[in-house]
Design a protein. Sequence first.
Lengths: 79, 157
Amino acid sequence: MSDTKIAKTLNAKGLSCPLPILKTKKAIMEISLGEHIEVFSTDPGSVADFQAWTRSTGNELIANSEEGGVYRYIIKRIK
Amino acid sequence: MSEKKKRIAMIASKADIAGAYPPLILATTAAAMDYEVGIFFTFFGLNMLKKKKLNKLKVTPVGQTAMPMPIPQIVGMIPGMTDMATAMMKSWMKGANVAKLQELMDISIESGVKLIACQMTMDVMKIKRKQLIDECEVGGAATFLEFASEADITLYF
């Protein structure tokens, strides 16, 4: 997904539940519909939470990966 | 946006640190999931709506048999132990970068969470409206039930 253009990057590393989700919600409202946001988190619980949150809100989880304990999510704003 | 929003209704009846977190964590997260959120603050839970009170809530070691550092119950009754347990708990939470209660309350207010203060508790504990934060409304059982009757999720803390 290296060709996906990122409109905004959110660093949520070190934050505990529910802050990564709360900050992502706030940040995604600052990009336009159809744009992508990239989020970094170190919370292992965020894997399930970002899936649940995107399903519930109708936004699209384009990619998620993990490297050295850092989780990276790319979400497309649909709603 | 014609689809109906999901709704969650909660009752917060405790105001020690461990009791105050769950409703605020769920309220802010539900709001981030585009739910309509309402919390009814009753009995000790009403303390959460007092001005400048949230970050002063404590945790008592008495009755908390699962504290990460176990304190014998009898020791927990010694004066000062509640403040010590509170300081310990706050430092663990800070170490794990957990949001402060006030931060979660601020986000709740910002995202339009309905905060209902229990009128009966105010009468019992002689709490005046002006002692509570401006953003809450005052109501009774019927106020909460009307909101909760349309809820998809109802939780009691």
